[in-house]
Design a protein around this ligand. Structure first.
Ligand code: ADE
Length: 239
């Protein structure tokens, strides 16, 4: 079955956006995955098809109505039985592990919000998975959905050109959860900087050890949190 991405949004013209370019764009044109947008406004109320309202109890911004969000989502789940993601800064952190798991599904439904939030009763009733890209606030869920989709699509079997390049990279299990080692290409010397001899020397064992050491040093320096996790896992495996 082709991977199907369903996007519920008040801005359907934002899609496919960058996903229509490069690898994912070619795969979309080739029918290797499909994208369907669903306009939230079609489920709005009144002459102006309102989808939001002021927050109960006061406060800044507007809130997406529960009945509108539910009507839109129900119309999609009626045709597609897929995990439902609500991009939100208060969600669980997005991760490569999540992308790997989602790449094994038949597709995903993203509900993109542009307001202060969604009425909590919608979340309680439909229980979408709230997922955050990081500790910062975007103006809406659309770009977050695109980021998550791109991370997932490149792992969906058949979409990425070369299978192993999806494996040996930062955060992947194949790389032991470490950041990736440095890469080089021609020319051999550039602005007085040469490619390290060990990279071009032809000793594969030595090169693998060097890459591993570089990945460890980089992780230790830039991501002490990942390094601690990696160390704890290595200790566990020893015991
Ligand atoms: N919507 C607004 N901010 C977001 C974030 N940090 N992650 C995911 N969705 C969001």
């Amino acid at each position: 079955m082709r991977f199907a991405a369903h996007i519920i949004t008040a801005y359907p013209h934002m899609f496919p956006g960058p996903l229509g370019e490069s690898l994912s764009g070619r795969a979309l044109a080739d029918g290797l995955w499909q994208l369907q947008t669903h306009d939230l406004r079609n489920f709005g109320h009144g002459k102006h098809q309102n989808i939001d309202d002021t927050p109960a109890g006061g406060g800044a911004g507007m809130v997406l109505r529960a009945d509108v969000a539910a009507a839109a989502l129900d119309s999609v789940t009626a045709i597609a039985d897929l995990p439902v993601i609500l991009p939100s800064p208060r969600g669980v952190p997005f991760s490569q592990k999540m992308a790997q798991d989602w790449a094994q599904t038949d597709g995903l439904i993203f509900l993109c919000n542009r307001f202060e939030g969604v009425d909590e009763r919608f979340i309680a009733a439909r229980q979408p998975l709230e997922v955050s890209l990081g500790d910062y606030v975007l103006a809406g869920g659309e770009l977050a959905a695109m980021v998550m989709l791109e991370a997932v699509l490149r792992l969906v079997p058949g979409i990425m050109g070369k299978a192993e390049s999806g494996m040996d990279e930062s955060f992947s299990l194949a790389n032991d959860g470490l950041l990736e080692y440095p890469h080089y290409t021609r020319p051999q010397e550039w602005e007085g900087r040469a490619i390290p001899d060990i990279v071009t020397g032809g000793d594969h064992e030595k090169l693998a050890a060097w890459r591993r050491a570089e990945a460890e040093a980089l992780t230790q320096k830039r991501r002490p949190d990942l390094w601690a996790e990696h160390r704890a896992k290595s200790e566990d495996e020893k015991n």
